[in-house]
Design a protein around this ligand. Structure first.
Ligand code: SAJ
Length: 409
């Protein structure tokens, strides 16, 4: 395959690493750059630190093609794709990592290079912070905002299949970016200005956050009124224009609980969004107090609690902003200190294997909807008295002879 040109991908996390590999597969000569020496060493030893479907095969393929190198020294390249995190800092995107990535680019940038930002930023961040930095280089450099929209757990598929919204300042940059992304993206590539592109990304995640908050409020109403919210949502979603999301123990990940804050500014217009975020943030406390009420009702004193699932989402090892951690803290605040954590996807010395955790506990709280929890036979653990499922994945047949409760039913 002939080389299409050179691309630097700066930041080899959940988005940068797969992005770098996809460009390499498409025929570009790619340099994957990260400041973390451990990551670079691992990649150069052929080891992956991200568990994503298909990523291992793609890694083998692109390393054997010799289309990608991993380094912590950035070389010159025609295109620089920045994929670094933007945490929230008092309601604004914290651009510290973006700024240091751009600083690295500034050392190698040449006339005519293209800089692409894939990180999520606030609506005015490109105009107010990013462009002034690039203009300060004193070179004719093109810039585009091309925020990633792939979901962890299905990243590779979504990176290719999803439509992309790109923000640019002029048509020629749009055409150049379009040509590059078209080599990896099968979805549509939709072009707009920088501000709109930034807003689209934040609006998508805010839509999801608010919809989940609505589902969480419905779950609380169901707990109070005694109906099955999961069934009710399923039935409501039969309507062609209704798509209510799922309730749960809270919202994790680096996006849904964080990005909406880029819109919230304390004004009247953003109060509704802010309230929704607070609803989701209150869920770990809510499910902990529900569990405490059940313990009191069932007279389970000094419970040994097992939390099943630390990852913030199903069948992944991703524990960023996980609600499970917050549930543990809430339970501890309520005076329950005998808590074991277990997650088949995460290896850490603080976690115990599922079977051990279940053998040593009398109370189980299901925090993550990992598929394998659906085949646990809780009945075989004589020690278990109560199962509280916040994800509605445990079926009655699995918990015969036990007290079982679900969030929202
Ligand atoms: N969750 C619920 N109920 C639901 C759906 C999700 O409680 O109905 C919870 C999950 O359990 C999880 C959290 O929300 O804790 C977030 O998970 P997620 O699957 O909604 O999303 P993320 O954060 O993994 O990825 C999102 C995606 N955004 C949208 O779907 C609009 C993804 O496409 C983005 O690329 C990603 O954010 C990002 O990087 O911004």
């Amino acid at each position: 395959m002939s080389s299409k040109g050179t691309i630097n991908v700066i930041g080899l996390g959940y988005i940068g690493l797969p992005t770098a590999m996809l460009f390499a597969k498409a025929g570009y000569s790619v340099v994957g750059y990260d400041t973390d020496e451990i990551k670079i060493r691992k990649l150069n030893q052929g080891l992956l630190y991200i568990d994503e479907p298909g990523l291992d095969l793609l890694f083998e393929e692109v390393t054997s093609l010799e289309k990608i190198v991993f380094t912590n020294e950035l070389p010159p390249a025609g295109v620089h794709v920045v994929c670094v995190p933007t945490p929230v800092d008092y309601g604004k995107a914290d651009l510290t990592y973006v700024k240091s990535a751009l600083n690295e680019v500034s050392k190698v940038v040449r006339e005519g290079d293209l800089v692409i930002l894939e990180s999520t930023v606030g609506p005015n961040d490109c105009d107010e912070y990013v462009l002034p930095i690039i203009y300060g280089w004193g070179k004719s450099v093109q810039f585009a905002l091309c925020t990633e929209r792939a979901i962890p757990g299905n990243t590779l598929h979504e990176m290719v299949a999803n439509d992309r919204v790109i923000g640019v300042q002029d048509d020629s940059t749009g055409e150049r970016v379009n040509k590059i992304y078209a080599t990896v993206v099968s979805g549509n590539i939709l072009t707009t200005n920088l501000k709109t592109a930034a807003l689209v990304k934040v609006m998508e995640n805010t839509y999801r956050a608010i919809n989940i908050a609505y589902a969480n409020e419905l779950a609380k109403i169901a707990d109070r009124e005694g109906f099955d919210v999961w069934q009710a949502i399923k039935l409501a979603n039969n309507h062609p224009r209704v798509n209510i999301h799922q309730p749960g123990p809270g919202v994790g990940g680096h996006c849904i609980p964080i990005d909406p804050y880029f819109l919230v500014d304390g004004s009247e217009q953003t109060k509704f969004i802010e309230y929704g975020l607070r609803v989701n943030e209150g869920m770990p406390e809510y499910v902990s107090s529900q569990l405490a009420s059940l313990l009191a009702k069932l007279k389970i004193e000094s419970p040994k609690i097992c939390i099943l699932g630390l990852a913030y989402k199903k069948d992944t090892d991703d524990e960023r902003e996980t609600p499970a951690e917050k549930i543990k803290m809430c339970l501890e605040e309520l005076g329950y200190n005998d808590i074991l954590f277990s997650d088949p996807y995460i290896s850490s010395k603080e976690l115990v294997p599922t079977d051990t955790a279940l053998s040593k506990s009398n109370v189980v709280l299901v925090a993550t909807d990992h598929t394998e929890y659906q085949s646990i036979d809780f009945a075989k653990y004589n020690n278990i008295a109560l199962v509280y499922d916040t994800r509605n994945i445990i079926r009655q047949e699995q918990v015969l002879g036990k007290e079982v409760y679900w969030l929202g039913k």
